[in-house]
Design a binder for this molecule. Structure first.
Ligand code: IPE
Ligand code: IPE
Ligand code: MG
Length: 236
């Protein structure tokens, strides 16, 4: 059997930090910290392997409902990540885009992510999307509102709106759809992640908790993807 090409766009729901911490009798915070370490390796490998787009779910619009101390700690980790990693990411030509409402982030986190996007804006390597304060329903609603405004302003006719017009209003504008979506920790749900972009994505649900997700497991996931037959509704 011949293997298909590597996915152009990989999306990952990095889940299981809390359970990993509990299993090892560590604080949730340490779980998130270990999660960031795992993420570094996956970004590096994706960049080296020539993946075009990598989307990582870091914080959902629903994660604000977690205990205040955890939210605060997560925001702190985000600032730390962008501060400590930006040099290497920039050197490797990684281009950062935030998916989600940046305006609603705490000041320091907002400043850190805006600076990271700005520093890397002209890079042509791996497109790294970090979903932060992201929810697909929120994204869809924004797109609908923007199209409604454009049509109210007579910039387009409602009956002429195409999927391409809609896709241009999403945070992932100008990027290919998700080919492979991985969710670690064994949970088999999408939790409001990239619902439009994953319409024909191949889904993988490895049991591994995110802090234990290694490059070797990532390579296994990519190989599994390459053995899948994608049909997109047609007959091959
Ligand atoms: C995912 O790990 C990371 C974030 C949501 C930020 P969790 O914290 O959801 O881990 P579990 O699901 O409790 O194990
Ligand atoms: C999804 O995981 C969000 C991130 C990984 C950032 P959650 O742990 O928040 O999702 P649910 O609550 O299990 O659906
Ligand atoms: Mg979880």
């Amino acid at each position: 059997m011949s293997l298909s090409a590597l996915p152009r766009h990989v999306a990952i729901i990095m889940d299981g930090n809390g359970r990993w911490a509990k299993k090892n009798a560590f604080s949730v915070m340490l779980g998130h910290r270990k999660g960031v370490e795992a993420l570094r390796d996956i970004i590096r490998y994706s960049s080296d392997a020539g993946i075009q787009v990598l989307s990582l779910y870091a914080f959902s619009t629903e994660n604000w409902t977690r205990p205040e101390a955890e939210v605060k700690a997560l925001m702190g980790l985000i600032v730390e990540f962008f501060t400590s990693e930006i040099e290497e990411l920039h050197r490797n030509k990684v281009k950062i885009r935030i998916l989600g409402d940046v305006e609603a982030l705490p000041d320091k986190a907002r400043a850190a992510v805006i600076s990271a996007m700005d520093t890397t804006k002209d890079n042509g390597g791996l497109q790294l999307n970090i979903a932060l304060n992201y929810g697909a329903r929120d994204e869809i609603l924004r797109a609908v509102k923007s199209l409604a405004m454009k049509s109210a302003d007579q910039l387009l006719q409602p009956q002429d709106i195409t999927w391409a017009d809609f896709a241009q209003e999403l945070y992932t504008k100008d990027q290919p759809d998700v080919d492979l979506l991985i969710r670690t920790s064994g949970e088999q749900r999408l939790s409001n992640f990239l619902l439009c972009q994953s319409a024909y994505a191949e889904l993988l649900f490895p049991e591994t908790l995110w802090p234990e997700f290694t490059v070797s497991l990532y390579k296994d996931a990519l190989a599994t993807y390459q053995r899948r037959e994608r049909r997109f509704g047609g007959r091959t």
